[in-house]
Design a protein around this ligand. Structure first.
Ligand code: NAD
Length: 549
């Protein structure tokens, strides 16, 4: 029997308090068919990221949350509720640990073996910690990355620049809109016309070109007129990029979001789209070799654009590593996106702050958008995002919003939201959380902590301290996960969610959590030797014992 789960809306509680009602609604919201990839299997996103181990666990969690008292804490072990203990009103109502394995055992085969025995589940980042908000998170993260590119190289806007990239899939489809939201022109190569057309239908991509000549004419004209425009081109990136380079097309930014991390999901030159699945399944080794050869040609062209002066970066899809295996000697000449653009933001404790309206009323998000603009309107990147998101982002599940805020900012937003709940300006409480991809909450040597200044990429004490300090500070639920985003053995990360229910107690908790949580980002980067983090710590009074007299 297929079950349909959707979060309750409005002011009537099924649970005993808003703290537990919030966890209940966010668990259910993660499995809303508008939100989840495969709700029937409890899969929220990222292929296998689950909200609960199985339906029996889901039912038991739901039952516990509806009866949990304000001095009790529910413990969830990889999606299964395993205990309820008496704690106190400042303690989290739920503590979760997902997909964690002891180092030497932290491999995919071992994880799959244990999963098949029913002993664990893959929690991804926000799937197993009940704070996923759909594709808005991806769009905003991509917007923020391109904003950081604009800031670093082009005076704060992409107006008058051309970005060439490939891949219009689940993640990559956000690229064209993220570029145009930053004022730029994007040419996006995609080999599958169905994917490209879907992006036009959902308004993530403005138009599709007829062929390469047409595409070049359209993007060159828009670049010259400083007009924001995104153009899709059906083709193979490993052929189109070298041709663009050969023709001497002026390109300012180059990146890629094909599924390069999995060579069977990258279309090699000379393989027909229709033959792809059968060929990859029948001859995986041969297909892998051909994909890697093509990726080497693709990356050779990217290096050519780098030599010509373009801003070039790897967007977290392992393209450089695969191209290197395909024989591209200079694959690592250009950096990954975190060291290149995101780390300076992490030094300020900046990261993906998000919230959802438990009322279910979009008017509540509109009101919080206005509050954010009143508080931080002078930040142009943020203000542009909030205005454009209000116009262009369709909500999935409970209405929600995301924007990047740093140390010294997040608690101001949280306290304002709590006041708005208390005064009745909002129709019901809001939950405030974040992705685990944040400044001080993740150890991930292939992504968030790639190339740390002091070589501390794989040190995973930081996310554990992050979870502990959020627990000590009064978060409503706290989680520690393994593997999300990059796979088993490759990351450890932590999450927190606070509930702004309008009470004085919530204000005191929010003030601490939303200060200390981004504070972890500042101290982590001070410790690694980043000057910007030292400046932020000094300006904003973050105590660092080893830097005190
Ligand atoms: P996806 O599989 O949904 O889409 C990939 C697209 O690339 C598909 O539409 C496919 O048709 C196209 N493609 C494949 N080979 C091509 C070729 N040779 N030329 C042109 N198009 C080609 O994947 P996705 O969810 O969009 O993710 C893209 C990549 O980004 C993945 O490798 C993923 O691991 C990575 N990723 C990055 C981050 C990050 O933080 N930046 C986060 C998660 C995932």
């Amino acid at each position: 029997m297929t079950r349909t789960v959707r979060a309750a809306r409005g002011g009537t509680l099924a649970a005993r308090s808003w703290q537990t009602e919030a966890a209940l609604r966010m668990l259910h919201n993660n499995l809303d068919p508008e939100v989840a990839e495969r709700p029937e299997d409890l899969v929220v996103y990222g292929g296998t990221g689950r909200a609960a181990r199985d339906w029996a666990s889901f039912d038991a969690i739901t039952r516990c949350l509806t009866t949990l008292d304000e001095d009790e804490t529910l413990l969830v072990q990889s999606g299964k509720p395993v205990g309820v203990f008496r704690t106190h009103e400042w303690a989290p109502r739920v503590l979760l640990a997902n997909s964690n394995l002891v180092g030497e055992w932290a491999t995919w085969p071992e994880f799959r073996r244990l999963e098949a025995l029913g002993l664990t589940m893959y929690g991804q980042m926000t799937a197993g910690s009940w704070i996923y908000i759909g594709t808005q998170g991806i769009l905003q993260g991509t917007y923020e990355t391109f904003a950081a590119v604009a800031e670093k190289r082009f005076g704060g806007s992409l107006a008058g620049t051309l970005t060439v990239t490939a891949g219009l899939g689940g993640m990559g489809g956000a690229q064209p809109l993220a570029v145009t939201m930053n004022g730029g022109v994007a040419l996006v190569v995609e080999c599958d016309p169905r994917r490209a057309r879907r992006r036009v239908e959902t308004r993530y991509l403005d138009e599709l070109a007829d062929d390469l000549d047409d595409a070049v004419a359209r993007v060159t004209a828009a670049r010259g007129e400083r007009r924001a425009l995104s153009v899709g081109l059906i083709g193979n990136a490993a052929e189109v990029l070298p041709e663009l380079l050969r023709r001497g097309v002026e390109v300012d930014v180059v990146t890629d979001q094909t599924s390069a991390h999995d060579p069977l999901a990258y279309l090699p030159i000379g393989v027909d789209l229709d033959d792809w699945p059968d060929y990859a399944a029948a001859k995986p080794d041969e297909f892998t070799d051909r994909a890697r050869d093509s990726m080497a040609e693709h990356v050779d062209a990217m290096v050519g654009f780098l030599d010509a002066g373009a801003e070039v970066f790897d967007y977290g899809n392992s393209l450089r590593g695969e191209a290197k295996l395909g024989g591209c000697a200079r694959a690592f000449d250009f950096p990954g996106f975190v060291p290149a653009y995101i780390r300076p933001l992490f030094c300020e404790g900046k990261g993906p702050f998000r919230w959802a309206a438990l009322s279910g009323d979009p008017a509540d998000i509109a009101a919080t958008d206005r509050a954010i603009l009143e508080l931080f309107g002078e930040n142009e990147t943020l203000a542009r995002w909030i205005r454009l998101a209000g116009e262009r982002v369709a909500f999935q599940g409970l209405p929600s919003r995301i924007c990047w805020l740093g140390y010294g900012e997040r608690h101001l937003a949280g306290l304002r939201f709590n006041e708005m709940v208390a005064s009745g300006e909002l129709n019901a409480p809001v939950v405030i959380g974040r992705d685990h991809l944040d400044s001080g909450s993740v150890a991930s040597p292939y992504r968030e902590t790639e190339g740390m200044a002091d070589g501390s990429d794989a040190i995973a004490d930081w996310p554990l301290l992050n979870a502990l300090v959020n627990t000590a500070s009064g978060a409503s639920w706290v989680s520690i996960h393994h593997g999300g985003g990059v796979g088993m053995g490759r990351s450890i990360h932590a999450g927190q969610v606070c509930v702004a229910d309008g009470t004085e107690l919530a204000a005191r908790k929010i003030e601490r959590v939303l200060t200390n949580d981004p504070g972890m980002g500042v101290i982590r980067h001070v410790d690694a030797g980043y000057d910007r983090a030292r400046e932020v710590a000094a300006e904003r009074d973050v105590r660092i014992p080893m830097r005190e007299e």
